[in-house]
Design a binder for this molecule. Structure first.
Ligand SMILES: NC(=O)c1ccc[n+]([C@@H]2O[C@H](COP(=O)([O-])OP(=O)(O)OC[C@H]3O[C@@H](n4cnc5c(N)ncnc54)[C@H](O)[C@@H]3O)[C@@H](O)[C@H]2O)c1
Ligand SMILES: O=C(O)C(=O)C[C@@H](O)[C@H](O)[C@H](O)COP(=O)(O)O
Ligand SMILES: [Zn+2]
Length: 363
């Protein structure tokens, strides 16, 4: 795989995504090369799992340490909150960041979404760099969706604020626990479902467990999956239309995440359940089979549980689905698949949805 730098053309600027082993240790020089090394200050936001692993490596790459401030949030989805937003904002102000400062998100999607939203709103917007350290963050670090959760809904408070650079060191993923590989891999599979069935068969062939994935395979996987995302966000940056396809599996997935309590299920675990449901619902909606069982069996072999948790109240899930950002005028919208690789955003009838969710959908 030779092309390890991808470029995203956003309406604000074009930014590179560098996928390169060991790039974390040359963070500053990458910023110098591709972003703003002349920034007045650098504010690295990370979490308390990533900090002991990678914060020193990142900070060591900076020649002038006095210009670097750090802020460590508690690990986990619960940190994507208004209260954490206020704390980090306060730290940014106390550290005297100005409009020429650069925020650096070092971590997974939680850090990236929160830090990106701080960047989007600090003094009405300053630049930021994404330094993803999870598999899932191949998705979250690209495309500029940043934000935090509200108890009533996932990512309900946010902005579109593209990063100025994404530096992805696949070696950093080697410390991920299996659960987080599984979580991130759900978004990889999502990209296959919505855009490219041959990617799914390639994954089946190359990834039979989350142990011992070679750096070459991992790099190719990241690049292929990121390319799917880039192709969508370049056409529809602010989700006026086809960007909603990236929400495949998320309508139910987000409802499940919220209902379980943020952080009880990983994002990818919830999205995996949502994808299986969306495929089943697509088959009912379009009246033909998608032949997707082989992919769901593959996911089960990789340890995914694809059933809606049995303790979940279907009416509560529907209530949450109605608050989803794709809903409007009380109409529920779902991303369904006409066939694998051909998503559509469709309005769905609440009663049909309820019947399917309760397993009484019929054919
Ligand atoms: N903005 C977007 O487009 C977008 C896309 C997909 C998901 N998301 C959001 O991303 C979030 C999920 O991201 P995530 O799965 O990366 O969660 P996360 O940031 O919570 O990371 C998962 C866990 O892995 C730990 N971790 C991170 N890097 C590690 C490493 N290298 N080694 C060991 N442990 C490490 C973290 O501390 C955390 O415990 C959700 O909030 C989701 O809504 C956003
Ligand atoms: O980038 C997008 O667009 C996505 O939908 C990617 C999703 O994987 C991601 O979880 C995103 O945060 C969901 O966005 P939301 O608008 O449904 O909150
Ligand atoms: Zn997602």
């Amino acid at each position: 795989m030779d092309n390890k730098v991808l470029y995203v053309e956003s309406s604000k600027h074009t930014y590179p995504i560098i996928v390169e082993p060991e790039s974390l240790s040359s963070l500053y020089s990458k910023i110098e090369e591709h972003s703003d090394s002349k920034a007045s200050r650098f504010f690295i936001i990370t979490d308390d799992t990533v900090a002991p692993l990678y914060l020193d490596i990142a900070v060591s790459s900076f020649p002038i340490k006095d210009k670097v401030d750090t802020y460590v949030i508690p690990t986990g989805e619960a940190s994507k909150s208004l209260s954490m937003y206020e704390k980090v904002m306060t730290a940014a102000l106390e550290n005297k960041l100005d409009r020429k400062s650069l925020i650096i998100a070092l971590g997974g999607g939680v850090v990236g979404d929160l830090a990106g939203f701080i960047a989007a709103t600090y003094m009405r917007g300053i630049p930021f760099v994404q330094v993803p350290t999870t598999l899932l963050a191949h998705d979250s670090s690209v495309g500029g969706k940043v934000g935090i959760n509200h108890p009533l809904g996932k990512n309900m408070i946010g902005a579109f604020h593209p990063p100025s650079l994404v530096i992805y060191d696949p070696k950093a993923l080697m410390s991920l626990p299996e659960k987080e590989w599984r979580s991130g891999f759900a978004e990889v599979i999502k990209h296959g479902f919505i855009a490219d069935e041959s990617f799914l068969t390639w994954l089946q062939d190359k990834i039979v467990s989350f142990q011992n994935i070679s750096m070459d395979v991992l790099t190719e996987l990241l690049i292929r999956s990121i390319k799917v995302k880039v192709a969508v966000v370049e056409q529809d940056e602010e989700e006026k239309g086809i960007r909603a396809y990236l929400n495949f599996g998320h309508t139910l997935g987000h409802a499940i995440e919220g209902e379980a309590g943020y952080g009880q299920l990983t994002h990818g675990e919830a999205v995996a359940i949502g994808m299986e449901f969306a495929v089943r619902f697509s088959e009912k909606y379009y009246g033909h089979q998608l032949e997707a069982d082989k992919y769901f069996n593959y996911m089960k072999d990789l340890g995914y549980s694809l059933d809606i948790p049995s303790d979940m109240d279907i009416n509560q899930l529907i209530h949450r689905i109605k608050l989803d950002k794709k809903s409007h005028s009380s109409k529920i919208h779902f991303v369904l698949l006409q066939k694998i690789g051909s998503p559509k955003l469709v309005e769905v009838n609440e009663n049909l949805l309820k019947a399917e969710l309760t397993g009484k959908g019929g054919v």
